[in-house]
Write a protein of this length. Structure first.
Length: 160
């Protein structure tokens, strides 16, 4: 990635704060504001766009995390430590970005079903079924993003 740092600071810790804040906010907004069908009409597009924006931060965190991991490994090897430990953080972060992507897709599907369901003869219950799937997907989305943030904080602060 060409932009590994900003003003000498690694880009990953800067980007990851966006993901750790925006993805849970997108989850809360999607679950709360899609609760009523009338709110889906009013906020559905904005929630879907917000979920995609949150996913962009999550994906950027994965990309910049890979670069930071290589940098830390190279520095550790140069210092005589051939095996720096990252724990499960890289895998948790990748999983968090993946479920954030699926969540953004679910938000988009709910918006589309509510907006154009009649035009394409979708069953009346389809938007409600997608909402239930969205709520069920909200649980792992929130869990993995918070777990990725927590495991990253433990790595950064050197706590077990």
């Amino acid at each position: 990635m060409p932009f590994d740092s900003v003003f000498g600071l690694p880009f990953h810790p800067l980007i990851v704060h966006g993901a750790v804040v925006l993805v849970p906010l997108a989850v809360i907004a999607a679950v709360a504001l899609n609760w009523r069908p009338s709110w889906r009409t009013q906020y559905g597009l904005w929630i879907a766009l917000f979920a995609w924006g949150a996913w962009v931060f999550a994906y950027a965190a994965v990309l910049t995390g890979d670069g930071l991991e290589r940098f830390v490994r190279d520095r550790a090897v140069a210092a005589g430590d051939p095996r720096p430990r990252f724990g499960d953080h890289p895998e948790i972060g990748q999983t968090a970005a993946l479920v954030a992507f699926a969540f953004a897709l679910a938000c988009t599907a709910l918006f589309a079903a509510h907006r154009w369901g009649d035009r394409y003869s979708l069953p009346k219950w389809s938007a409600n079924a997608i909402y239930v799937a969205l709520v069920l997907l909200a649980i792992p989305t929130m869990y993995f993003m918070l777990d990725a943030g927590h495991s990253g904080a433990k790595l950064a602060w050197g706590t077990p």
